[in-house]
Design a protein around this ligand. Structure first.
Ligand code: DOR
Ligand code: ZN
Length: 396
């Protein structure tokens, strides 16, 4: 069906891919097909997006978020449950997954929230959801959150009988103020990680400090880096001003550079796509959009040799599939879904918010270089040029 320079079992080979019923039937040097310019990588899996919708559909909807994902080379997203209203019972979980089934351009999975209100019944709710749907995790669980209902005590974490993804910032080291990097201390993350590691094994979201990255990589827990903690620092305040707030906050330049140099430590690269309107950012809310530019920026960085393609593919596709158990996703391999992306490394573009698809209308990466996908295939069908809605919600 197609031929080109395919990333296969850790390296590039010249070969063709034959697809049958949405899955890869054969990969081989003799397989014929349309010859593609550029490189063919596994489509990305972004395990951390906030697609808002419901009462916050002015910021983003499942439809706008998922078309952003598609244009960013992502074939599967995991949506976070801090929606308004939050995903804290079976009924609302089902309502959202069914909505995504109709509206999403890419495959869709949803985490369940752990709140003060659903804590007592959490394991019951997990079982009920899991009978019908594929529940990746209970998360993003907040040790610290502006909304008290989302703040969970450490002692409760051990009660949950499912994978937990944790936003680890200890409330004792978090004060309110703008810009937030002056008030939310790095100790907040380090202390929270230390305490959590004493309790058990978790998946930690968006790690932003050297100490936390080192501690987790020595444990059985896993963690994500988000692009902004590897590419942006406190110094960007002079460039983006009131847009700067994100939780955990941006760090000092030397720490950011250390994190990017030690990209290998992370298990996963996930965007923490958290869109808010510019007017809302002026009021100090935290969060950056990122699902559409993450893969393109990192493909550009890999093309320049700053990271390797092998590491990138591991963190953006292979490991997310392994850690969360997304069967048949994550690799260009026989019997797996034919989900892949074509990048032409000669086509370097400059990121402009006006060309992106998020409803929030801005990006902290204005002017950055990136290589956007030429073509995106989901289950063997080209879905970017055709803007086909092939997204499925993950079921049992
Ligand atoms: O900056 C953030 N914004 N960090 C989070 O963890 C949540 C997110 C949001 O939902 O806006
Ligand atoms: Zn988040």
């Amino acid at each position: 069906m197609i031929r080109g320079k395919i990333f296969y079992k850790g390296k590039f080979i010249e070969a063709g891919i034959e697809v049958e019923d949405g899955k890869i039937k054969r990969i081989g040097k003799l397989v014929k097909g349309r010859e593609l310019d550029g490189i063919i990588l596994p489509a990305g899996i972004d395990v951390h997006v906030h697609f808002r919708d419901f009462r916050e559909s002015h910021k983003e909807t499942i439809e706008s978020g998922s078309i952003s994902a598609l244009y960013g080379g992502i074939c599967l997203v995991v949506d976070q449950p801090n929606t308004n209203p939050p995903i804290e019972n079976f009924e609302i979980y089902e309502e959202r997954v069914k909505k995504a089934e109709k509206e999403s351009y890419v495959d869709y999975a949803l985490n369940l929230a752990l709140t003060k209100r659903n804590l007592e019944k959490i394991n019951e709710t997990i079982s009920k959801i899991s009978e019908k749907y594929f529940l990746p995790a209970v998360g993003e669980v907040f040790i610290q959150h502006n909304d008290e209902n989302f703040q969970i005590d450490y002692g409760e974490l051990g009660k949950v009988k499912h994978k937990l993804t944790i936003h680890a910032e200890d409330p004792k080291f978090v004060q309110k103020g703008n810009p937030n990097f002056l008030y939310r201390k790095r100790e907040a993350e380090i202390v929270a990680i230390k305490k959590c590691l004493e309790i058990g094994n978790f998946h930690f979201c968006h790690i932003s400090t050297k100490d936390a990255a080192e501690m987790i990589s020595k444990s059985k827990s896993t963690f994500e880096f988000s692009p902004h903690h590897l590419l942006l620092s406190e110094e960007d305040y002079s460039r983006i001003g009131y847009l700067i707030n994100v939780n955990p906050p941006l760090r000092k330049k030397y720490e950011v550079e250390w994190l990017l140099k030690n990209f290998c430590l992370a298990d996963v690269l996930a965007s923490d796509h958290a869109p808010h309107l510019v007017e809302e950012k002026k009021e100090g809310v935290s969060g950056f959009p990122g699902v559409e530019v993450m893969y393109p920026i990192f493909v550009y960085l890999a093309s320049k040799g700053l990271i390797s393609f092998k590491e990138l593919v591991e963190k953006i596709a292979i490991n997310p599939a392994k850690i969360f158990g997304f069967q048949d996703y994550g690799e260009i391999e026989e019997k797996k879904y034919a989900n892949f992306v074509v990048f032409d490394l000669k086509k370097v573009e400059t990121i402009r918010a006006s060309k992106l698809h998020s409803l929030c209308g801005w990006t902290p990466y204005e002017g950055f270089k990136a290589v956007f996908p030429e073509e995106v295939y989901i289950r063997g069908e080209e879905v970017k040029k055709s803007e086909t809605k092939l997204g499925k919600s993950l079921r049992r």
